[in-house]
Design a protein around this ligand. Structure first.
Ligand SMILES: *Cc1c(COP(=O)(O)O)cnc(C)c1O
Length: 421
């Protein structure tokens, strides 16, 4: 199936007389014929459902759909994108370990990596997305166990050279984790470029309608966890009656370990109703992404031609520093545009507050056009040094183009730009 068809059909194929639409199984628990039957499922959790903190049929349909969209072996949904980033790493790392991440990542992820994981004894080694393969390899420490990056960075819109990072990670025998939130599997499938694990904040384009916060972790199923670097995968797990994940679950070792160990203990599983709404978003994802790309390009071109705008970042523009990388990795640049307005923060704020159609909100990739000032919102907790490393300035606005008629979006921008000097 092609991606448009997968958006509609993957993950759920009703049989004779079953509901056409994936049902909402709003139940915390499942019944068994006997005590022994329950015991057997605890021995092998792939046999049946136990409890909706581990798995739920509605959520599982969405997991199967997203795994298929990304070309992965399996997926696990989480209650937020943050939980997806956290669990994707905790499934590999423990106290004393480290991992490498590029500096061009979502602000919330920076906080998690630089502060919270550090408190847990896990060190993040930051490298520039422009680092060469040799520089990435040189950043490794003896206990560096993973590499992390974002396909299309929020908000810098840097397009990551996924193949370069995958090569460096694989030379050192560790997996590459890619946050593919802004690109979605419609515009980029990182696994095809060497990524081993893909995560998303499904709160963004995947849901698309600003209905529910969520996340997902997709496993390619191809990373070799038996290469000697990952004893937690190859030695008995004493917290799960001695299971050896690679032995029992083979290609599904990573996701099963995440589910039976981390989801069991941290409990960040989404509700069936949230998954149902996410599925509705996914059904139109490919259609919406095409329109986001079209509207995004038109708005970026308008900004690029305006004398009130200092600079425009949009990888879909031929003049953009990321254009070549976008040509290689993306089949469209999406609807997010970063602009630097002339006249600093005062003009940025004036412009944003003058918009009538576009709303000021802490969100991005919504179906409605919205704007945000990263330095005073999503990246507010960052130090000025971190802001600089992340390429964020006071005059910067993150413009998230929606699916309104693009002429209406442009009219709104024009009247707001007219209000500034
Ligand atoms: C929003 C976002 C996150 C965090 O996701 P939540 O669903 O808000 O927890 C992670 N990565 C990227 C790229 C994001 O845009």
């Amino acid at each position: 199936m092609r991606i448009e068809t997968k958006c509609l059909h993957s993950g759920y194929s009703p049989k004779n007389t079953e509901p056409r639409v994936v049902p909402i199984v709003q139940s915390t628990t499942y019944v068994f014929d006997s005590t022994e039957a329950i015991g057997e499922v605890f021995d092998d959790p792939t046999k049946a459902l136990i409890y909706s903190r581990f798995a739920n049929p509605t959520v599982m349909a969405v997991e199967a759909k997203i795994a298929d969209l990304e070309g992965g072996a399996a997926a696990m949904c989480t209650s937020s994108g943050q939980a997806a980033s956290l669990l994707s790493l905790l499934n590999i790392l423990k106290n004393g370990d480290s991992f490498i991440s590029t500096t061009h990542i979502y602000g919330g992820t920076v906080n998690l990596f630089a502060f919270t994981l550090k408190k847990m004894g896990i060190e993040c080694i930051f490298v520039s997305p422009d680092a060469s393969e040799d520089e990435i390899i040189a950043a490794f420490k003896p206990r560096t166990k993973a590499v992390f990056g974002e396909t299309l960075a929020n908000p810098q819109l840097t397009v990551l050279d996924i193949e370069k990072f995958a090569k460096a990670a694989h030379k050192k025998g560790v997996p590459l984790i890619i946050d593919n939130t802004f690109a979605t599997p419609v515009l980029c499938r990182p696994i095809e470029h060497g990524a081993d694990i893909v995560i998303h904040s499904t709160s963004k384009y995947m849901d698309g309608h600003a209905l529910q916060v969520g996340g997902v972790i997709v496993d390619s199923g191809t990373f070799d966890w038996t290469n000697g670097n990952f004893p937690d995968f190859t030695e008995p797990d004493e917290s799960y009656h001695g299971t050896v994940y690679t032995k029992t679950y083979g290609k599904l070792a990573y996701i099963l370990k995440a589910r039976m160990q981390l989801m069991r203990d941290f409990g960040t599983y989404p509700s069936a109703h949230s998954a149902f709404l996410l599925n509705l978003g996914l059904e139109t994802l490919s259609l919406r992404m095409k329109q986001y790309c079209e509207n995004g390009k038109a708005v970026a071109e308008f900004f690029a031609a305006s004398d009130k705008i200092e600079s425009v970042t949009y990888p879909g523009l031929k003049t953009d520093r990321n254009h070549a990388m976008a040509q290689k990795y993306l089949s469209g640049a999406g609807g997010i545009i970063t602009i630097n307005i002339k006249g600093g923060k005062a003009n940025a704020v004036k412009f944003m507050d003058s918009l009538k159609l576009a709303s000021n909100e802490v969100h991005v990739c919504d179906i409605r056009t919205c704007v945000l000032h990263p330095a005073s919102a999503t990246h507010r907790q960052l130090t000025s040094e971190q802001l600089k490393a992340a390429g964020i300035s006071d005059s910067q606005i993150r413009f998230s183009v929606g699916l309104e008629n693009v002429e209406d979006i442009l009219d709104d921008i024009k009247q707001a730009l007219d209000k500034i000097q």
